[in-house]
Every structure is written in C-alpha cells, then in structure tokens.
Write a protein that binds this ligand. Sequence first.
Ligand code: HEC
Length: 170
Amino acid sequence: MKTMMTALACAGAAMLLAACDGSVTRTISASAETGETPMVLAASDIEAGRYLVLVGGCNDCHTPQYAATNGAQPPEAEWLKGSTEGHTGPWGTTYGKNLRLTTQRLSEDQWVELLATGSSLPPMPWPSARAMSEADKRAIYRYIRQLPGDAGEQAPEPLPPGATPPAPAA
Ligand code: HEC
C-alpha cells in the first residue's frame, strides 16, 4: 500500500512538473482553450495541425495527383486542394474534397462540429476524424487556413453507383 501511495504521489508530481514546463505544452494552444490534455505536443497549433494532416494521411485523398506522383510528397503549396482521382465502389465514385475551400466556408466551430459528427460517402475515414480530440480538430483547421498557395478548385461531385467516371486528369 505504501509503495502504491508513493507511486501515486510521484505521478502527481510528474504531472505538475509537466504542466509547469513550457517545453512540453503548446505555446499557442487549442488544448488550453478546450481544457484537454494535449494529445500532440508541438511548438504551436500550426505545427500540431501539420503533423496531424501528415500522419492522418489526409493528403492521400485530398491532395491533387498524390497517386499520380507514385506516393511522392507534393509541395505543401498543393496540399489539400482536393483531388480528381476517383474512389469507385458500391457507393459510386467519390473524390477527396478541397479542404481549403471547406475551411474557408466554415467557421472553426462549424469545422469541429463537422469532424465530430460527419458522415458521408466512403472512403473518407470518418471514425478516425471523429476520434480526434477537439483541440486537434482545431489545430488542423488553423493549419489549413494558413497553407501557402491559392485555394484551388472544388473537387468533382460524387457519381452515383454504376456511372463510369472519367479518366483522372493527367
Ligand atoms: C481514403 C481517402 C481519404 C482520406 C485518407 C481522408 N479523406 Fe476526407 N474525404 C474523402 C472523400 C472521398 C470525401 C468526400 C466524400 C463524399 O463525397 O461524400 C472526404 C470528405 C471530407 C470532408 C468533408 C468536406 C466537405 O466539404 O464536406 C472533410 C472535412 C474531410 N474529408 C477531412 C479529412 C481529414 C482532416 C483527413 C485526414 C485526417 C481526411 N479527410 C482523410 C476521402 C478521404
């Protein structure tokens, strides 16, 4: 019992130290605003958002010609402008939407609401998006809003099941 008490006391002290140490908290922090424990420790929300977009694979479907470059990373000025590479299945054919335009259309709170409740056609990984902390959803929004380059065009509208999609633009 004594050992357990000591362990608990140390864990408490470690948490206090972590909270006091600026190096392990975000300096500009959506976590501080939402009161959540940060899930991603980064220097800023922009850095956290960039990291989340990268490891979340958002570029795989939401960045033009990502597949055509054989998996090579397109320049950041092209990220998340939507894709003409269709995803065909029983649901028809869908295209990763232009998330720069989505974040321009929505307030930050509306974006958080969309990621928290969103459901649309596959293969958008909605369960993964819904599972993100609110602070992380906000960090992604802030990151996308400051991306370099123009916003680009909207991705094609989804096609119904059975419709033949046009070949993706070269
Ligand atoms: C495997 C492909 C894929 C990946 C990976 C993916 N998406 Fe999507 N996403 C889609 C498709 C396709 C749609 C459009 C679905 C439709 O037309 O109904 C979509 C739609 C969305 C929408 C709705 C946009 C709007 O204007 O309605 C948001 C927001 C979104 N994705 C965010 C993300 C984020 C953030 C990530 C990374 C964490 C991500 N997606 C990763 C394929 C993907």
